[in-house]
Design a protein. Structure first.
Length: 324
């Protein structure tokens, strides 16, 4: 990554973290310290920071346009080999295919890890599993899913569309585990909203990178943000449905967590991480396989005529395996 690109990434991270942290901290103080914000207002305020990654990506785009205008940069097309953009129907089919696969994977992993977490809790308490809340939980998930789709779109524009693309040219280490950890730390203020800070930190460091592996893989394979958006919304809707049902039934506040909650959540997140860990290897493999220039660019424009995929590029052989 060039120095200029590092500067752009720094601008993105400054906006994403700075704006998000300020809104989260203010919402927490107004609700929990000064008691001037209702529970509904508090919950609404906690989703506003999801604008921050999209605004960070927009800030970088405006900055790049300003820099290009200042230096009068108008690059002309190079005569090198150009990567064709897949047809719209091909892109649509890929989006549907990997969205379905991603949602199904997330649903199965959530179900298995959730049931296992409940099993740990009931074993710890010495009680039988109560299956009666599951129908209402499913209904709550269906109600929450449409709400989360436009919200997570704002996150995905920043984390996957901008930062993942910026880092995937460097290495899997940056675009995979490190980006997953950065995304987890971005949620830091929410760790204070309920339960133990250190317990929430450990849980986020487990499940957020695991979700990133699945989302980034579906992003590369599906050639669009559709799949990662739906995967992200699927998880958030499930977390919202379970959280709301738990708080409503117990009468506790959003920032309170019982010992039984910790047993359930801790066991579920550990199993969740283990179940999605194979997608880290799939992502690394896909990044290596699809190491081709982005659609519409040439090897000459990338200043990388010696890269293996530029030397051996064959449009017919590689069609359909191009990154978005």
């Amino acid at each position: 990554m060039q120095t200029q690109s590092k500067y752009h990434v720094a601008v993105f991270l400054t906006v994403a973290f700075g704006l998000g942290y300020v809104i989260w901290i203010v919402a927490y103080l107004l609700y929990n310290v000064f008691n001037v914000l209702s529970l509904t207002g508090f919950l609404l305020a906690t989703v506003i920071p999801m604008l921050a990654p999209a605004l960070g990506a927009l800030a970088v785009k405006l900055l790049q346009q300003r820099e290009a205008a200042r230096v009068g940069s108008h690059p002309e097309p190079s005569p090198g080999k150009t990567v064709p953009r897949p047809a719209i129907w091909t892109r649509l089919a890929l989006a549907v295919r990997y969205s379905t696969l991603g949602i199904a994977t997330m649903a199965v992993v959530l179900l298995v890890s959730g049931v296992a977490g409940v099993g740990l809790l009931t074993r710890w308490l010495g009680k039988p599993i109560d299956w009666s809340p599951f129908p209402s939980l499913l209904a709550a998930w269906c109600a929450c899913l449409p709400v989360w789709i436009p919200l997570v779109l704002l996150e995905e524009v920043g984390w996957r569309r901008y930062l993942f693309n910026a880092w995937k040219e460097r290495s899997f280490l940056l675009a995979g585990p490190i980006l997953g950890l950065v995304w987890a730390i971005w949620h830091l203020p929410t760790f204070f909203f309920y339960g133990s800070f250190w317990f929430n930190l450990i849980c986020y460091l487990l499940f957020v990178p695991a979700i990133h592996f699945l989302q980034a893989w579906t992003y590369l394979k599906g050639k669009s943000l559709v799949a990662p958006i739906l995967v992200h919304a699927t998880y958030n809707a499930f977390a919202t449905a379970t959280g709301i049902s738990g708080f409503m039934s117990s009468g506790r506040q959003p920032y309170q967590m019982s010992a039984s909650d910790m047993v359930t959540k801790g066991g579920s997140n550990l199993l969740f991480f283990i179940a999605l860990l194979p997608f880290a290897f799939l992502l690394a493999r896909e990044m290596k396989v699809s190491g081709l220039p982005r659609a519409g660019l040439t090897c000459d424009q990338l200043n990388a005529p010696t890269r293996p995929h530029c030397r051996s590029y064959d449009a017919g052989r590689t069609k359909g395996r191009l990154p978005n």
